[in-house]
Ligand binder design. Structure first.
Ligand code: AMP
Length: 215
């Protein structure tokens, strides 16, 4: 089963993708994580994209399609969760072609609907465990007082360079300008479902499960 989690920055795509990895043994393909890894390891491509990402702009289609192509060619999985990809119509077309080459297709595209007003504080208050990726929030889920991740016990936490208000505004604009047309695109293909991304995390997971059970 191959699915896309679609939604603006801060919608909870990464959090829900990680749950699906744990619960369904699927593989999460997050182009944002891949690009951040390239940046941290100082590859040429990483250096090239660092500034673009810090501003909240989109990296070129060519680069992200290349990253996904490499994963689809090398990773065997019972299913892929595309998280943060595709973000443009060209990427969506490329994904269809890449899956088609493997004799596969998309089973569901789940749009996580959220209130724009809630997103700024979700994003600017966010931090993650450097080891396992557990997500914390300054107000709603503060880092444990003993300084150790509640999931894995590690004591290093990270904040993303682009989780500030300026970059967030640019990311939201990119979402509405370049990514939101995908909602109509997948609706027309009969693959789109929308869920309430404002609900509590477990309730969102329940809604995703309902969609996947029907797919
Ligand atoms: P994310 O972790 O999905 O929020 O992505 C972080 C940043 O990486 C984005 O703001 C873009 O700069 C870049 N990025 C991630 N995925 C894509 C994509 N599919 N297309 C273009 N840029 C991307």
């Amino acid at each position: 089963m191959n699915i896309i989690l679609l939604g603006p920055p801060g919608a909870g795509k990464g959090t829900q993708a990680r749950r699906l990895v744990d619960e369904r043994n699927m593989v999460q393909l997050s182009t944002g994580d891949m690009l951040r890894a390239a940046k941290d390891s100082g590859t040429e491509m990483g250096k090239l994209v660092a500034e673009v990402m810090a501003k909240g702009l989109l990296v070129t289609d060519e680069i992200v399609i290349g990253l996904i192509e490499e994963q689809l060619e090398t990773v065997e999985a019972t299913g892929f969760i595309f998280d943060g990809f595709p973000r443009t119509l060209a990427q969506a077309d490329a994904l269809n072609a890449l899956l088609g080459r493997k004799g596969q297709s998309l089973d569901a595209v789940i749009e996580m609907k959220v209130n724009d007003d809630a997103l700024v504080s979700r994003v600017t208050g966010r931090s993650t465990c450097g080891a396992c990726g557990e997500v914390y929030h300054d107000e709603t889920k503060p880092q444990p007082a003993d300084g150790k991740c509640s999931n894995c016990g590690a004591s290093e936490f990270k904040r993303r360079a682009d989780d500030n208000e300026d970059a967030f505004r640019t990311r939201l604009l990119a979402y509405y300008r370049d990514t939101s047309p995908l909602i109509g695109y997948y609706y027309a293909k009969g693959q789109h479902s929308a869920i309430d991304g404002m609900a509590a995390m477990d309730a969102v997971a329940g809604e995703i499960k309902e969609v996947l059970d029907k797919a």
